[in-house]
Design a protein around this ligand. Structure first.
Ligand code: AMP
Ligand code: ZN
Length: 112
């Protein structure tokens, strides 16, 4: 399968990794939208939030745990945002589920 995030998870494409365990990997976004912009993904290919179910929801919970640990490690003590874009209207451009950890500036609400 030609999935860029699967390739990053397997180490076939280089990334600036900030976290890795058996199931989860986190790396800096190539095109950061905030002073801190990290992507947290499952190593396993899950296409989008539409595919979260009883079999993989614990893994999604672990991703949130990792995101919050990274937020603390990266010094986002004033707050941060965790975002999942799902589908075309959600703005998803990579079809491998991922969670954006954004921080280092004040975030607008509602998002555009
Ligand atoms: P989304 O638009 O929610 O699907 O987010 C995809 C994100 O992946 C974008 O913020 C891109 O900048 C980022 N991205 C795409 N390719 C890479 C890559 N090779 N390494 C790091 N980030 C990437
Ligand atoms: Zn994938």
């Amino acid at each position: 399968m030609d999935c860029i995030f699967c390739k990053i998870a397997k180490g076939e494409i280089t990334s600036h990794k900030v976290y890795e365990d058996e199931d989860v990997i986190a790396f800096h976004d190539l095109d950061p939208k905030a002073p801190t912009h990290v992507l947290i993904i499952p190593k396993k290919h899950i296409e989008s939030a539409m595919d979260i179910d009883q079999h993989n929801s614990a893994l999604i919970g672990r991703i949130y745990e990792v995101a919050v640990k990274l937020a603390v490690q990266l010094g986002l003590d004033k707050g941060f945002r965790i975002v999942n874009n799902c589908g075309e209207d959600g703005g998803q451009t990579v079809q491998h589920i991922h969670f954006h950890l954004l921080g280092g500036r004040s975030m607008a609400w509602p998002p555009g």
